[in-house]
Design a protein around this ligand. Structure first.
Ligand code: KIV
Length: 218
């Protein structure tokens, strides 16, 4: 599951989910940018300065030399192929990848190259389920699917998407809760309570000791 800050990371932990991904989906679903590419440099900084245990790199064969360098010095790398949001412009937008036999075969080659470069697992995003299942069967490392069907070894979703907190939910995402409606409802109640002076009530205020209060009011 993705998490982009301490509170949402804590929730993922509490739910007992195996792995937390501080994905660069953050740029879109938390910061409101229209794409994720601005976040690449920040991801590298987080690895250097933060407490992350692995880094996820998008791209196929062309990334293999970089991945091999990182894994050789002990930096665990999670690969990411299929729809790679940092390159969505060159992929024709946020579209399913690997639909033709030629593209599916190229994706299988990419997956093998990433495994050979030392990736400990590979994210498969927006890939037809049969292709993702085949890649999973061919590899000895796990695959983590997002819009890639049930044949992957594991699954990831963007937390804001599955909680209904972000407007455009992709077809592959199941919305487990529509929290935006609850949150907007709560915000409206707050606003109305402030205007009607129903909030703050006595229980939300700090009293003064009676003796001090009497002296203060003199
Ligand atoms: O950036 C991200 O959150 C991701 C996941 C969608 C896999 O890459």
């Amino acid at each position: 599951m993705t998490a982009h800050d301490y509170p949402t990371g804590t929730l993922v932990d509490k739910a007992g989910i195996d792995m937390t991904l501080v994905g660069d989906s953050l740029a879109m679903v938390a910061l409101g940018y229209t794409s994720t590419s601005e976040a690449v440099n920040n991801a590298v900084r987080m690895l250097k300065e933060g407490k992350v245990e692995a880094v996820k790199l998008e791209g196929g064969k062309e990334m293999a030399p970089t991945i091999a360098q990182l894994t050789k010095v002990g930096i665990p790398v999670l690969g990411h192929i299929g729809l790679t949001p940092q390159r969505q412009a060159s992929l024709g937008g946020y579209k399913v990848q690997g639909k033709s036999v030629a593209k599916a075969r190229a994706m299988i080659d990419d997956a093998i190259a990433l495994q050979e470069a030392g990736c400990y697992a590979i994210v498969l995003e927006a890939v037809p389920a049969p292709v993702a299942t085949h890649i999973t069967n061919v590899l000895s490392i796990p695959t983590i699917g997002i819009g890639a069907g049930a044949g992957c070894s594991g699954q990831v979703l963007v937390q804001q998407d599955m909680l209904g907190l972000y407007g455009r939910v992709p077809r592959f995402c199941k919305t487990y809760r529509a929290l935006a409606d609850d949150i907007v409802g709560a915000l409206k109640e707050f606003s109305a309570d402030v205007k009607s002076r129903a909030f703050p009530a006595d229980e939300h205020t700090y009293p003064m000791p009676q003796e001090e209060l009497s002296r203060f009011l003199q």
